[in-house]
Design a protein around this ligand. Sequence first.
Ligand code: 5GP
Length: 196
Amino acid sequence: MRKGFLIVISAPAGCGKDTIVERLLEKERDIRYSVSTTTREIRNGETEGSHYFFKTRKEFEELIERGEFLEYTEYCGNYYGTRKAAVMDALDNGFDILLKIEVHGAEHIKKMFPDSVLVFIHPPSLEELRRRLIKRGTEDLETIEHRISVAVREMSMQCDHYDHYIINDDLDKAVNEIRDIIHKKRREQQEREERG
Ligand code: 5GP
């Protein structure tokens, strides 16, 4: 059986990564999505266990102490982390797993799993990013400006550890580019295994 690999997708908030990931999972039925754990407040329309597992800081810190995270980080004042168990199970069962995480987490994952594929999504422009965040209406203006400054930092530091960069100026095109990357990786893996 082919061993699965990790697909890491990162993007500043408002780059449309949630929609890209949704589409990707609709089209690639055999990819498992890694649901992260977070201490941030639940947003309208989000549900426990499908968008995130929502925890208090105390609960999250207990999980850290028990060594349950593959990686975790603090981002805009909240903890976010990937639990070990689900990821390892899915990998062992031959599934590819998609993680939607920020740049530091992605860097950790690449160190732990050199075979993983890291994809960074850029917004068409910062102005477009600001417009999308305001339109989304889930955060106040101060939070939006803070997220944009984090986005600028992320976009300048993402450079060396990502394998692929995609500009989300067209949703279908962006999704197809990521699908091509995944299919190519599977073919390479298959060929490697056949060669032994
Ligand atoms: P949001 O609050 O907008 O859902 O997520 C904020 C940022 O945290 C996003 O860049 C998202 O990809 C990232 N994130 C979500 N889950 C995880 C995780 O488990 N680990 C890390 N390192 N980042 C995460």
